[in-house]
Design a protein around this ligand. Structure first.
Ligand code: PBG
Ligand code: ZN
Length: 335
């Protein structure tokens, strides 16, 4: 028998359970920790002063008018949520084939950014989603040409939207459209316009996922015809994720994202090892709705499952956790 085998065969000498005996001991040696300051709460903003429209498929989440958003963010700040990600919900009548209202300074997002930064200054980090799908009448993330979504024709529109958000005072703009070259185009335009301190959180690795269903109800952004497989990533790929991540890093992204999160923990790990940029994981709408639905039926214990899911994202290598659960996780002490 080899020495190490003899040691392992001795009953009682090596006992991993010794470190699991008390909560204090377990906390002392825990390898992963959650904290409020790594959470980002997404919000859906309506271009009205007042209003709260619950999103049916996302219990606990509402589309909010500006006053309601301000009040909610103030409460969340008290809980410790210091970062938000904003999505605009334009009126149907404002949609057109090129999504022009995406860059309207009087749209929901720029107005919300101005209000939030006026009120909370640098106590609150404001990130804005940059994509055309909520603003186009066909619901695609870019302009539709003869041959599907036209990559290069879309770029100037994304640039305009990012500039509009930067001008309103966004700390980070977050392009989620998956057009090639958009990070570089946005970086150059921000720099040329004097917004060299505005950062880019790139949805670098975004899959064509079925988990976005409830979000599309919330943002009214479902494509009318077809799907997003011609521009979002193929669910089967992971090498391609590294290619996307490294390209966006080279184009000047300040932070990268993998989306969705829970079905892609292997991808989070792989990207974490391929870049030294901060990495965000987006715990998307469908992942949230699943937990909510099962919890509502009493089939799972919501708090414990949310904590376990967030820990999984962190353990896989994500620094920043974007999650609809943020508010409740802190309010109920789940993390
Ligand atoms: C817009 C966008 C989507 C999400 C974030 N930005 C939807 C999509 O690409 O269809 C999904 C977020 C979620 O499901 O929570 N491009
Ligand atoms: Zn989109």
């Amino acid at each position: 028998m080899r020495d190490e085998d003899r040691i392992l065969s001795l009953p009682g000498r090596v006992r991993p359970r010794r470190l699991r005996r008390t909560p204090v001991l377990r906390d002392l040696v825990a390898e992963t920790r959650l904290a409020a300051d790594r959470l980002v709460q997404p919000h859906f903003v309506l271009p009205v002063e007042r209003g709260e429209e619950p999103v049916e498929a996302m219990p606990g989440i509402s589309r909010m008018g500006l006053e309601d958003l301000l009040r909610r963010v103030e409460e969340d700040l008290a809980l410790g949520i210091r970062s938000v990600l904003l999505f605009g919900v334009p009126p149907e009548g404002d949609k057109d084939p090129e999504g022009h209202s995406a860059a309207d300074p009087e749209g929901a997002v720029p107005r919300a950014v101005r209000l939030l930064k006026d009120r909370f200054g640098d106590d609150l980090l404001v990130i804005t989603d940059v994509c055309l799908c909520a603003y186009t009448d066909h619901g695609h993330c870019g302009l539709v040409g003869e041959d599907g979504v036209d990559n290069d024709a879309t770029l100037p529109h994304l640039v305009d939207m990012a500039l509009c958000h930067a001008e309103a005072g966004a700390d980070l703009v977050a392009p989620s459209d998956m057009m090639d070259g958009r990070v570089g185009a946005i970086r150059d335009a921000l720099d040329d316009a004097g917004y060299e301190t505005t950062g880019i959180l790139s949805y670098a690795v975004k899959y064509a996922s079925a988990y976005y269903g409830p979000f599309r109800e919330a943002a009214g952004s479902a494509p009318g015809k077809g799907d997003r497989k011609g521009y979002q990533m193929d669910v089967r790929n992971v090498r391609e994720a590294l290619r996307e991540a490294l390209l966006d890093e080279a184009e000047g992204a300040d932070m990268l994202m993998v989306k969705p999160a829970l079905a892609y923990l292997d991808v989070i790990r792989a990207v974490r090892e391929a870049t030294s940029l901060p990495l965000a994981a987006y715990n998307v709408s469908g992942e949230y709705s699943q937990v909510k639905a099962a919890a509502a039926r009493g089939w799972i214990e919501e708090g414990a499952v949310v904590r376990e899911n967030l820990l999984a994202m962190a353990r896989a290598g994500a620094d920043v956790l974007i999650t609809y659960h943020a508010r409740e996780a802190l309010a109920h002490g789940w993390i």
